[in-house]
Design a protein around this ligand. Structure first.
Ligand code: CMP
Length: 139
């Protein structure tokens, strides 16, 4: 710990997966204004994780560690035990706690067996910082 930045590891993925992640980011109000180089890094650094039906991916009130893109299956967003809505593949979620350093505003549950793309907040922050530093070096 204590290090400001971490190594960015790229995870291999097919073209369709890259396109799905990119489209999900561009569809998200909080992320769509990232620079194209930052979006490309986000796409490369996400890794895949399967989650079984019924399992919680995010629990309301927890400290946020990761942000996600729904890759496959059906998801449910809940607040105080009440369903706010359902989500399918191609949606970003868990971005609020990562971007705003707040606790999770809702829970997200896998309705079916699902797959998610995951990005650690430290990786996200490193991507944001790296691009900022590159910009400084150009000046
Ligand atoms: P975060 O607060 O990090 O974790 C829970 C996530 O659920 C949140 O980020 C959003 O991505 C998502 N979320 C919160 N509220 C809603 C809502 N009303 N409808 C759909 N998704 C939501």
């Amino acid at each position: 710990g204590g290090s400001l930045t971490i190594e960015l590891t790229h995870f291999e993925k097919d073209f369709r997966s890259k396109q799905l992640i990119k489209d999900a980011v561009l569809d998200n109000d909080f992320l769509k204004n990232l620079e194209s180089t930052q979006i490309r890094e986000v796409v490369e650094c996400m890794y895949e994780k399967p989650v079984k039906a019924g399992h919680y991916i995010i629990r309301e009130g927890d400290a946020g560690q990761d942000l996600y893109v729904a890759a496959d299956g059906e998801f449910e967003v809940l607040k105080d035990g009440t369903t706010l809505g359902k989500m399918a593949a191609g949606r970003v979620f868990g971005e609020l706690a990562v971007l705003y350093n707040c606790t999770r505003t809702a829970s997200v549950r896998a309705v079916t067996d699902v797959r998610v793309w995951v990005l650690d907040r430290r990786v996200f922050q490193t991507i944001m910082m790296k691009t900022g530093l590159q910009r400084q070096e150009e000046n």
